[in-house]
Structures are given as C-alpha cells and as structure tokens.
Design a binder for this molecule. Structure first.
Ligand code: NDP
Length: 332
C-alpha cells in the first residue's frame, strides 16, 4: 500500500480530493514503475485537483503533471532499477494517473533520464514550469535573441512571480540578458530582483488596452505567461524583428491584437508547448537547465508542500496567488 491524492466525482459531478492508501495493481498500464520522490503544483494541477477543467477523462483520478523519482521496475531496456528519472507532459496527471502518489506507472517514452548534476528535488523545483521557461528561452535564442545582448532593451517576462515567470527571469538573467519583470504583486519586487530582474513593471502599466498598434520599441523579446490583453499590448512594444515566446494564458485566451506589429515590425509570435515535446528536445532542455540555471537561486523559489496541502494549493494557484515553485515531497 502507498499514499496518493485521489480525486473522485459524484453523480452530481461534484469532485473531492483526499489522501488515500492505494495498491500497486490500481496503477494504470505502463512499462516503467517509478518510486516518486517529488512532484509540483502547476496551473493545470489546480484544475485537475478541482473540477477538472475538461482535462480529466476518468475518475477516480490521481493528478500531478510532473514528477521525479527512482525507477523501481522496468520492462524497457532504456531504464534499469535505480535510475533517476523525470517526467513532464504527455497528459500524465490529466488522462493518465500522475505524480501525486508515492508510485507511478508510465510509458518509458515519456521519461527523461535526470542529468547527473541534478537531484530529484532540484528537478521538481524546476518542473514543468521551469522546463517550459527553458524551452521559451531556447526558442527566443533560435530567433535571434542572442544578438540583443549588450543592447539597452531588456527581455520582458510577464506573470513573473509565478512558476514559469520566476524560472524564466532567473535563466535569462544568468545568461546575461537584462530582464524586466511584469507583476501584479508589488510585494514580490524584492524576490524578482533577487532572481535577476533589473526592472519591475507594474501589471496595470502594460495591461491597459491602447488603440495604438505600435508604441515605442521597448523589449528585446518576451516570455509571456499571461496572454490576453497583455500579450496584445506587448506585441506593439517589441523591438523590430524580435520575438515573444507565448507559453500561457493566466490572463485569458482571447488575443485582441493588431496584425500591424507582425507586418511593420516583423515580430514573431512563437507558441511553446511543453506537453508533446519530442524526447530529444526534452533531453536538451533538461541538460541546459542543469548548466544554465543557478541552483542557489532556484532554492529561493521553493515553497515545500505535502500531499495533504494539495487541495488548498490547487485553489491558490488558480487564483494566481502562488509565488515561485511549490515542491511536493511524497515521503513527507
Ligand atoms: P502561476 O500561477 O504560477 O503563474 C501565473 C502568473 O501570471 C501569476 O503568478 C501572476 O503573476 C500572473 N497572472 C495571473 N492571473 C493574471 C491575470 N488575470 N492578469 C495578468 N497576470 C496574471 O502559473 P505558471 O507559471 O505555472 O503557468 C502560467 C501559465 O502557463 C498558465 O496559463 C499555465 O497553464 C501555462 N503553462 C503552459 C505550459 C506550456 O507548455 N505551454 C507549461 C506550464 C504552464 P504576477 O503575480 O507576477 O502578476
């Protein structure tokens, strides 16, 4: 028997989450069984702990869209017992039971071997949010961001105090880029500065709509976790030929944007999806995380949690109230 956060749904479609003891044979099909050490709390987890948000196909359900741990049994020759592994994406924690259990059974194709220099705890301090931040930075660099180094224009990070934003701020600053961090929580300014933000931008300054499709060219690029009106506004403020890596929609899915920045400033809108990333991309991104993310700063982003804390944390993250990264210790 082992512990898991199990979400059930009654006949009136009302969901409830509680920590229960479950058996190995209750786990879904898969060719690798992992003793899960750490998982995290992401926006999607908030949805899956609660009413599901259309992500969960079947109940009872075990959420947790990412985890890191040690291989306990393997029918796949790429993994042997004792290997340290990390999993993000592939709808684990949504349509397949995820990381909010002391054991998980998954398809070997979904796993990545943990780089030697990362612990399972560090891997989950990074988690899906950090992997996505790294993929966003890699996409911006593939589209010329490196050429902006040394220029006065910073890279803008929106939703900066959240999980993706915190890690993106840290990676960009560590790579030598100037970073401007947009936040709706002024009390996080010291935290964001400690992660490497050189400038704090108030959310309301950039969230207001404007009729002007082009404004002063202010940003060398952008990692955008917010979407909606904020993304539309940022498009008109990007420098000529620069890019925004759009990763999230914490501020809404509608994009009230003009086509003019794309035509007259040649800006690029790069969509980043961490869920279906091929193995090679995930491996490269984890290797770059191990080399480009300062682990001492990562420590300052962590809020520790246990399985019992998850129902409340699920609600907080949906309200945009979580700062940095919540790391769930499955053995606590
Ligand atoms: P968090 O909740 O940790 O961070 C989101 C941040 O966005 C908040 O902390 C807040 O930052 C800001 N924010 C929240 N609501 C609003 C609003 N109404 N208007 C403006 N800003 C707002 O979530 P994550 O960082 O984990 O994820 C961010 C987004 O990215 C989510 O939509 C998530 O689903 C998506 N995502 C996408 C992935 C992908 O593969 N593309 C992978 C991971 C996440 P502040 O307080 O600083 O203003």
């Amino acid at each position: 028997m082992f512990k898991a956060l199990v979400v059930t749904r009654d006949a009136d479609k009302k969901t409830a989450a509680s920590v229960e003891s479950i058996e190995l044979d209750q786990l879904p099909e898969g060719n690798v069984t992992v003793a899960v050490e750490y998982s995290t709390v992401n926006y999607k987890d908030g949805l899956c702990i609660g009413p599901g948000g259309g992500l969960v196909r079947e109940y009872p359900h075990v959420p947790g869209i990412d985890f890191a741990g040690t291989v306990e049994a393997s029918e796949d020759n790429r993994y042997k017992v004792g290997d340290k592994v990390v999993l993000t994406g592939w709808r684990v924690g949504e349509s397949h039971w995820g990381g909010y259990a002391q054991k998980a059974r998954v398809n070997a194709d979904w796993l990545v071997p943990l780089p030697d220099s990362l612990t399972t705890h560090q891997a989950m301090a990074v988690g899906t949010a950090g992997l996505t931040a790294m993929l966003a930075v890699m996409a911006l660099e593939d589209h010329g961001l490196k050429d902006s180094k040394g220029s006065d224009a910073p890279v803008l990070v929106t939703g900066a105090a959240g999980g993706v934003g915190s890690v993106a701020t840290c990676i960009l600053s560590n790579l030598g880029y100037k970073v401007a961090a947009v936040t709706g929580r002024p009390e996080t300014a010291d935290y964001l500065t400690s992660l490497g933000a050189g400038e704090i931008v108030a959310r309301e300054d950039i969230n207001e709509t404007t009729k002007r499709p082009l404004e002063t060219e202010a940003w060398a690029g952008c990692v955008d976790a917010v979407g909606g009106a904020m993304l539309a506004r940022v498009l008109g403020q990007l420098k000529y030929g620069s890019s925004v890596a759009a990763i999230g929609l914490a501020g809404g899915a509608d994009l009230p944007a003009s086509v003019i920045p794309f035509i007259l400033r040649g800006v690029n809108l790069l969509g980043i999806d961490s869920v279906m990333q091929p193995y090679e991309n995930r491996l490269l991104a984890w290797q770059r995380i191990a080399s480009d993310l300062p682990m001492d700063k990562l420590e300052t982003m962590i809020q520790p949690a246990t399985l019992e804390d998850l129902p409340a944390l699920g609600k907080s993250i949906l309200k945009g109230q979580v700062k940095g990264r919540v790391v769930v210790d499955l053995n606590a």
